[in-house]
Design a protein. Structure first.
Length: 177
């Protein structure tokens, strides 16, 4: 039945966090080969959010207008503002799932130049000087020569003066000596 979802639940009102065993959702999914969800009897929204992050397809959570009404369910039920928080949290978690492909996101591409480092003059380097290790360092931004070329920069001759704290570019250094 494609409409069947098996819910993991701990029948206790309210259920204690140390008793809920959310990993049992995976056990149930493997054993019964059906999608799983979570019927949450804990207080608050944290267990439901964790279940969603662990793959729960459905969350069942009791709802009340007043947590202090008589009956066993009200203490572990959500009031209207908490239900809204739960829904917002679930949507945020769902948006974080992504597509599973490990690749830089657009925001990572946009910040790459700022986040990465470049080889920079640690002191004034006069034109004609052979670059030594003490003349260079690395700093942001990453729009100059990448630090992985450190050893290739050392031993090259500066073709022009390079002021301290300036990014070093390939056009400013000649061939290795």
């Amino acid at each position: 039945n494609e409409r069947l979802i098996l819910l993991h639940c701990v029948t206790s009102y309210p259920a204690r966090f140390e008793d809920i065993n959310l990993r049992a959702m995976s056990t149930l999914e493997q054993a019964f080969q059906v999608p799983v969800g979570y019927s949450d009897h804990t207080q608050g929204i944290e267990a439901s959010l964790a279940a969603v992050a662990m793959g729960a397809r459905v969350i069942e959570k009791h709802f009340t207008l007043d947590r202090f009404m008589p009956g066993p369910d009200h203490l572990s039920s959500l009031e209207p503002d908490e239900l809204a928080q739960l829904m917002q949290g679930i949507r945020l978690i769902e948006s974080a799932f992504g597509n599973g492909i490990k690749a830089p996101s657009q925001v990572e591409e946009d910040i790459k130049v700022v986040a990465r480092k470049s080889i920079v003059a640690a002191k004034d380097i006069p034109a004609g000087a052979v670059i030594t290790e003490d003349m260079i360092t690395t700093k942001r931004p990453g729009s100059g020569i990448m630090p992985r070329y450190w050893d290739e920069v050392i031993g090259r001759q500066a073709t022009e003066s390079i002021p301290v704290d300036s990014l070093i570019h390939w056009g400013q250094i000649g061939e290795a000596r």
